[in-house]
Structures are given as structure tokens and as C-alpha cells.
Write a protein that binds this ligand. Structure first.
Ligand SMILES: Nc1ncnc2c1ncn2[C@@H]1O[C@H](COP(=O)(O)OP(=O)(O)O)[C@@H](O)[C@H]1O
Ligand SMILES: Cc1ncsc1CCOP(=O)(O)O
Ligand SMILES: [Mg+2]
Length: 266
């Protein structure tokens, strides 16, 4: 399995897909840099006047609701519809799901537009599946990814999307398949936008890899393993950010293989 994941990483570097991002103001720079580091090509665009052309031009679409407003929501829905028409994959990051009614009503519209993949932390997955009993904290998770597996299965069955729950263990849920990636570092939660970067990287992988579950798994493993290696050298969140970008760019097959800690649960 590790060898085929590595092949996928090389394929992204070789094909360098153009990824259309409608994402939040906090992470635009981090995610564009993360996409470049893995070998993809980012473009951030949300103007209504160019959505149709941009979605047609790009190999995949990433929608992230981190700093949404009405104009952006319209852009997101327009882009998702165009992606569906053009049979382009579309990835959803439901940042802050459950925090406000505006986020939740926007997410209802977006999930109905059939995202190919949904990647989020456990609190967001629980909120999206309406499993949460209390209000979420905001953009950070208050739950372990294992607590959101049932919610992820419901989302997968209802909307057909491959689900990736991130956290200490990243869990990919796709039909009967459940695969766990036990890499990463707790220091990664101290840098804003690493979940958003993981989502954007999934956007790059899904653009060039036919098997959707493999694509999500390879992207998720790359992010977590690069983060784990970078965190060993980092002195804190600031240096982690820089070292992670470098590791996404220069990770070798030996490093990837040595660190890869993936378990297929079903
Ligand atoms: N406690 C942890 N231990 C190891 N890796 C983690 C931990 N929490 C998050 N990560 C890693 O950080 C990245 C972002 O995940 P996460 O923090 O859950 O997303 P978000 O920023 O959307 O809340 C993922 O690659 C994940 O593997
Ligand atoms: C802090 C913040 N506020 C709105 S979007 C955002 C970034 C969230 O990024 P991530 O979920 O990747 O940590
Ligand atoms: Mg997030």
C-alpha cells in the first residue's frame, strides 16, 4: 500500500494539476504555498464574473467556508454546480460547522451539491451530520476523530462523499472501507490552516488519481507524515510552518515509507 501511495505523490508532482480554491482569508497564503510545495498549481478566485470559466479551466475545486459571507456563498454554490456539470471533483472543508446558523445553512446547500470529498476535524464532522449535542468551539476540534466515525459513515451514505476526519489519527471513511493514518504531531494544531492545507492537497490528488479513496489517503498521509518529520526539528509553531512547507516539497520515498503508519480497519 505504501508503494502505491508514493506513486501517487510522484504523479501529482508530474502532472501538476491546477486547483481552484474558494477559501478563507486566514489561510489563502498557507494553502497556496502547500499546493505549490506538493507540486500542484493553486489559484484562488471567488468573483462571480469568472467562476464558470475558472471552474472549467481547473482540474478540481476546493470550497472552504472559513470566512464566508453572502457574496462568497453564492460564488461557492455557483462553482460547485459548474464542477458537477463539468464532472470535476469538488472538495468541501466545512470550517466551523455547528458554530453558527449561517455556517450550517450554507453547508446544507453545499452538501446537497454532492462534494466528492469532505475533510474536517471531528467536531465539524459531528456537526455536519447533526450528531453534536453541544455547540462547537469554533474552528478547532473538541472531539477525537474516533468519536466521529459513525457521523462520517452517515455523511458518506447520505451524500456519497469520501470522508476524511482529521486529528491525532486521521480516519478515511469510504463505503465499507475505513483506513486510519496514525501520523502527524500535536504541534500541528498550533499552526492555523493546516487542516485547510490538508483539504487543498486532497484537491490536488483527487484531480489526478482515479481511485478517490486512494487519492484522499495519499494526500492525508503526505500531510501527516511531512508534519510529523517537520515537528521533530521545529522549535515551535513558527518554525513548524516553514519546515512543513520544505518537507512537503522535499520528502523522499525512504522518509515517507519509514514513517508511514497506516492501518486498514475494514
Ligand atoms: N493531536 C494530533 N496529533 C498528530 N497530528 C495531528 C493532531 N491533530 C491534528 N493533527 C494533524 O494536523 C493536520 C490538521 O488536522 P486538524 O488540526 O484536525 O484540522 P483542522 O485544522 O481543520 O482542525 C492533519 O494532518 C492531522 O493529521
Ligand atoms: C482561524 C480561522 N478562522 C476562520 S477560518 C480559520 C482558519 C482555520 O484553519 P484550520 O481549520 O485549517 O486550522
Ligand atoms: Mg479546519
Amino acid at each position: 500500500m505504501v508503494a502505491s501511495l508514493w506513486k501517487n505523490i510522484l504523479l501529482v508532482r508530474k502532472k501538476s494539476p491546477l486547483v481552484h480554491n474558494i477559501t478563507n482569508f486566514v489561510v489563502m497564503n498557507n494553502t497556496a504555498n502547500a499546493l505549490l510545495a506538493v507540486g500542484a498549481s493553486p489559484i484562488m478566485a471567488h468573483a462571480h464574473a469568472e467562476i464558470d470559466e475558472m471552474t472549467s479551466l481547473c482540474a478540481s475545486l476546493v470550497i472552504n467556508i472559513g470566512t464566508l459571507d453572502e457574496y462568497w456563498v453564492e460564488a461557492m454554490c455557483k462553482a460547485a454546480k459548474k464542477a458537477n456539470q463539468a464532472s470535476k471533483p469538488f472538495i468541501l472543508d466545512p470550517v466551523g460547522a455547528g458554530a453558527t446558523h449561517f455556517r450550517d445553512s450554507t453547508l446544507s446547500k453545499l452538501v446537497d451539491l454532492k462534494p466528492t470529498v469532505i475533510r474536517a476535524n471531528a467536531s465539524e464532522i459531528l456537526a455536519l451530520a447533526k450528531f453534536n449535542k453541544t455547540k462547537t468551539k469554533g474552528v478547532d476540534s473538541t472531539a477525537h476523530s474516533s468519536e466521529a466515525i459513525e457521523a462520517a459513515k452517515v455523511l458518506n451514505e447520505t451524500f456519497g462523499a469520501v470522508i476524511c476526519i482529521s486529528g491525532e489519527t486521521d480516519i478515511v471513511v469510504s463505503g465499507e472501507r475505513q483506513i486510519q493514518v496514525k501520523n502527524g504531531s500535536p504541534l500541528m494544531t498550533k499552526v492555523t490552516g493546516l487542516g485547510c492545507s490538508a483539504t487543498a492537497i486532497i484537491g490536488a490528488f483527487i484531480a489526478v488519481i482515479e481511485d478517490k479513496t486512494e487519492a484522499v489517503l495519499a494526500a492525508t498521509a503526505l500531510m501527516a507524515i511531512a508534519g510529523e518529520i517537520a515537528a521533530k526539528e521545529a522549535k515551535g509553531p513558527g518554525s513548524l510552518q516553514v519546515l512543513l512547507l520544505d518537507k512537503l516539497y522535499n520528502i523522499t520515498e525512504a522518509e515517507f515509507t519509514q514513517h508511514c503508519n497506516i492501518e486498514r480497519v475494514s
